[in-house]
Write a protein that binds this ligand. Structure first.
Ligand SMILES: Nc1nc2c(c(=O)[nH]1)N[C@H]1C(S)=C(S)[C@@H](COP(=O)(O)O)O[C@H]1N2
Ligand SMILES: [Mo]
Length: 321
């Protein structure tokens, strides 16, 4: 497999590239305009520690694999799915303020030779970080283009030395009812913790990524602070947020949306314009652009990441959805 990333530049995308319509307007002190576009919900970036900011700011590897223009950060940080904070698209940003992601630890267990608990600080300071610009395609047929900062998932997993019995990797999100109002909802159709999983070869694919930042800054809470998965060829719900647990297992692990509605959401959930969701077509998507506008565009198989096709060559993607 050829690596499709070119580590072409010596620097991450300058923050100025992400300055957008709204920020520029606000920066220009267009007070009247600002009040006109209210209600503005502040995008809260939790108080990130210095070691994290320093690492993100000194990230020098940049991997660009798309010419698509980067989505306005205003949208990526205010239009979210993070049911722990509520089911509305702006519930996560509104409710993010109660959640404190620092300090943070990830426990790695199961079929591996070196199980253990790793602090986020140790992980981040000892890893090579890079910036990757990926398309994110939600199963709800909207999509964004996001510059993530983070580390390749395989480099984290390798540290724990999974053994040959490990066939899948299971992930889980933190449970903190005091800080996550969605977890206190008695009528929630999701059981906590939110869980996800990948087959071993998917998890070790070079495109599978763990993000600790976006747009050159630490991840905001609503986007999965302090660390979340990004699997760009799969529907967004596979990209589990605020991860505290990773386990190597020999059976396909349960996954949240498959448990909630198995006919609608499968384990694999590869982006596939040829397989409709039972309630809507997946042939096209609403793309949030750089300018806050939304365009209707065709959806691509594997979200355009055709290099993953070999992972599924012997599988009928209609059956293994
Ligand atoms: N723990 C957890 N992770 C989650 C979700 C969630 O509700 N809880 N929503 C998923 C869905 S459906 C999508 S589309 C993406 C959205 O990521 P974004 O809000 O950063 O765009 O997060 C995914 N990860
Ligand atoms: Mo989603």
């Amino acid at each position: 497999m050829t690596r499709r990333f070119s580590e072409s530049e010596n620097h991450v995308t300058p923050k100025s590239m992400f300055l957008n319509r709204r920020q520029i307007m606000q920066g220009a002190g267009a007070l009247a305009m600002t009040s006109m576009i209210s209600p503005l919900v502040a995008a809260k970036t939790a108080n990130a520690p210095n070691w994290l900011n320093r690492k993100i700011n000194s990230t020098v590897y940049r991997s660009v694999d798309t010419d698509d223009s980067v989505t306005d950060a205003y949208d990526t940080q205010r239009y979210n799915n993070f049911y722990e904070f509520g089911t509305g698209k702006d519930d996560p940003v509104k409710n993010a303020g109660d959640f404190n992601p620092y300090p943070w630890e990830i426990s790695v267990s199961g079929l591996c030779d070196k199980p253990g608990v790793l602090s986020l600080e140790d992980l981040v300071t000892s890893s090579q970080t890079e910036e990757r610009i990926y398309r994110l395609r939600c199963v709800e047929a909207w999509s964004m283009v996001v510059p993530w900062t983070g580390i390749q998932l395989s480099s984290l997993l390798r540290r724990f030395q999974p053994n040959s019995k490990a066939k899948y990797v299971a992930f889980e999100t933190i449970v903190r009812k005091e800080e996550m109002p969605g977890q206190r909802d008695r009528f929630s159709f999701i059981e906590w913790p939110y869980v996800e999983g990948l087959r071993m070869d998917e998890a070790f694919h070079p495109l599978a990524f763990l993000a600790i930042g976006m747009y050159g800054e630490a991840l905001p809470v609503q986007n999965g602070a302090p660390i979340r998965l990004v699997v760009p060829w799969k529907y967004g719900f596979k990209s589990i947020k605020s991860i505290v647990g990773i386990r190597f297992v020999d059976q396909q692990p349960p996954t949240t949306w498959n448990l909630a509605a198995p006919r609608e959401y499968g384990f694999y959930s590869n982006v596939n314009p040829g397989r409709s969701h039972p309630r809507w077509s997946q042939a096209t998507e609403r793309r949030f652009g750089a300018d806050g506008k939304i365009d209707r565009i065709p959806t691509q198989l594997f979200n355009g990441y055709s290099e993953v096709a070999g992972l599924y060559k012997d599988m009928d993607l209609k059956l293994f959805y």
